[in-house]
Write a protein that binds this ligand. Sequence first.
Ligand SMILES: Cc1ncc(C[n+]2csc(CCOP(=O)(O)OP(=O)(O)O)c2C)c(N)n1
Ligand SMILES: CC(=O)[C@@H](O)[C@H](O)COP(=O)(O)O
Ligand SMILES: [Mg+2]
Length: 625
Amino acid sequence: MGELLDKIEKPNDIKEMEKDELRPLAKEIRQFLVHKISHTGGHLASNLGVVELTMALHLCCNLPEDKIVWDVGHQSYTHKILTGRKDGFEHLRQFGGMSGFPKQSESDCDAFDTGHSSTSISVALGLAKARDLKKQDHKIFAVIGDGALSGGMAYEAMNNAARLKSNLVIVLNDNQMSISKNVGGMSSYLGKIRTNGNYTELKEEVENALSKLPHLGDKLTSRIRGIKDLIKRIFIPGMLFEDMGLTYIGPIDGHNIHQMVTAFQSASKMKEAVIVHVCTHKGKGYRPAEKNPSYFHGVSPFNIKDGSSRHNGETAKTYTDIFSDTILEAAKEREDIVAVSAAMPSGTGLTAMASKYPKRFFDVGIAEEHAVTFAAGMAAGGLKPVVAIYSTFLQRAYDQILHDVCIGKLPVVFAVDRAGLVGSDGETHQGIFDIAYLRSMPNMTVMAPKNAWELRQMMLFALEQNTPTAIRYSRGAAWEGLQDHQQEITMGKAEWICEGQEIALLAVGNMVETAMWVREHLKAEGQKVSVVNMRFVKPIDEEVLQKIKERHSKVVTLEEGVFNGGFGEAVSAWYEGTPMRVLNIALPDQFIEHGSVTELKKKYGLDPESITQKILSWEDEDRKA
Ligand SMILES: Cc1ncc(C[n+]2csc(CCOP(=O)(O)OP(=O)(O)O)c2C)c(N)n1
Ligand SMILES: CC(=O)[C@@H](O)[C@H](O)COP(=O)(O)O
Ligand SMILES: [Mg+2]
């Protein structure tokens, strides 16, 4: 894959390279990334954009002593290559393979496990404080993108860093992109700096010119200093960071290794937090990714020649597509419907809403907490907001949902996409906690559709409610089964799918499909079981639980979420003290690693075969008891 890249076998090997080998090495790394990710899929554009940035960092660091914290961490592939993990790209993000994010379990050169945005400065500041109190002197870098800089945590951390006077270097990787085009005031602010050239030199020129003014006595000097600050503020827009108490260096070319090494080395010698603003191109070096960095942000396997997907089959409609179509249909009829995204309009299916109703679509950047409370404000103002956020990222806004939406019973609709196992992104992205965290909230209604038809129905039902409502649905194709089961949605009412005896399967959302398979397997074993589509995770249909008692002695709950605080736990509690036996099929109290959803379901017993086996042995135990 490249003779220079062959020389990189372990951390710090890059420091043995000749200066004139660095650019060709960058080229080889890009070729390697495109080749490998064309087979496995992954985060391509972000990684192509930070090849030189990562090389410059590694030239300034002695790993693992010095620390690099990657914000989100989706852009750490070059870091992994330079720390001896080239071979890992064979099975990137695959079951048992290398993670697509920093993992301390993979390498002691991964300073912190990341995955959710805007955490890197807080982590780096914590590492810096620990270093100082332990009288150590290693370097600490945080690499944060312009998108991640729209997250509130980053400001909380910079605010604190300014006060703590510990050296850490914040490398702001500004490529003007989040997943889509970056948005917000900070983004346009950075854009201004980018287009007006290098202010570090100008800042020095301005300060030198002003310092040459003759000394005119203290009173006049302080006036001059006031004027100096005013002039600096006019000429040197990086002053926002300086005014916060950080030292600002930049903007510099994020593809010029020498410039970055110089900046990183001088920044790491200062006595306070320094922000080095580097400008990069997302997707650099691979034409299709340069032209469409959003598509190549997170990409499935593709043909290198033209960037086309290797998957040439007809793709079925996803739950996200159904959501997208339904909100468009509803927004056409009702002007009070507005939609909110936290920097993921395409992932959540709001692109069409954004283009058709631009005044009623709001992309707030990577700011889930703000997204929710902003929606609460709009609901309080008489609108009908729909907040579309992935299950895992919605965790960020727990208190905003509880405190700002539920206490006031505000009619906000939460479209909780990527609920359940998402697969390749692993621990930081599995959407397996939303049933538990949403069920814990008073005044919240939580629904989960069994198939495509029901998601549309639930969306329309939710839009009619005057209280907080959440609908959770999984990543990927929407099930088209049970199309003949189209019972009207009524608050808190489940849907009987089929009658049996002895055992009743109570399924949530996409586990209805699984339950139907289990029913078939059990029928082959002579067992005719009932299947109930619970529809509502909260409020649970207690009439159904009561009715089940009349003709069943066993209940199996099925949900694609953790058991703790989940649907199954609530059903077990309901039957507590009755002769009813309850078996809970749910995920264990742990984080779930990366792999395909099929492999993960098998490993954690959520596939039809494992569930059938579990029920049969449960019955055997019963007979033996
Ligand atoms: C809390 C949270 N919300 C949303 C995401 C999804 N996400 C992953 S990367 C990304 C865009 C990051 O943009 P930027 O920081 O500029 O990095 P780039 O990809 O441009 O290098 C988003 C929104 C996330 N990882 N964490
Ligand atoms: C890195 C990150 O957090 C996002 O890019 C995420 O991987 C998107 O997930 P989907 O591929 O499910 O949209
Ligand atoms: Mg960016």
